[in-house]
Design a binder for this molecule. Sequence first.
Ligand SMILES: C[S@@+](CC[C@H](N)C(=O)[O-])C[C@H]1O[C@@H](n2cnc3c(N)ncnc32)[C@H](O)[C@@H]1O
Length: 169
Amino acid sequence: MVERSHDFLKKVLHPQAICIDATLGNGKDAQYFLAQKVKKVYAFEIQEDVIEKTEKAISNPRLFVYHKGHEHMDIIHEPVDAILFNFGYCPHGNPEITTLPDTSLEAVQKGIQLLREKGRMALVFYAHKQANQEQKAIENYVSTLTSCDVCKVQMMNHDAPYLIEIEKK
Ligand SMILES: C[S@@+](CC[C@H](N)C(=O)[O-])C[C@H]1O[C@@H](n2cnc3c(N)ncnc32)[C@H](O)[C@@H]1O
């Protein structure tokens, strides 16, 4: 699903593209954006030690990391082409520190506001402690959007993370 989320966003990644990695973690998604030669990647992460490790590994002048929750995404004041959320906890990190239903919903709502026309957002949902409430809250919200096309991509024959693709009209 991570690969599918990257494939979905690829269409809007170009040399002038502004991107947001809403859950930096180990930086795999930020690295993907940077490899597409986009103009700027903003990233949010609440764990300082995770940021330090990831910034050391990536260190790129086009990457701007905020030690803040993604619910503060409205500190960005320019239209955005692509936003990616990977909900849950940091791979190889503390499984007790996860994204949370209320703040995840607030961040998705703010992200939708920031998206430019034809901008895209990908949401990847993993199993974690509060995943059910998080998924419900976000699905209830995105399924009512009239400003966007919203599509759910899910495996039918086994349990796996699933993806919601959103494109602003
Ligand atoms: C599934 S991981 C992200 C994986 C990451 N994109 C990567 O490529 O490794 C989720 C991350 O979200 C972070 N997180 C939790 N709550 C957050 C919040 N409110 N705002 C931003 N990041 C948050 C966690 O600390 C964790 O590192």
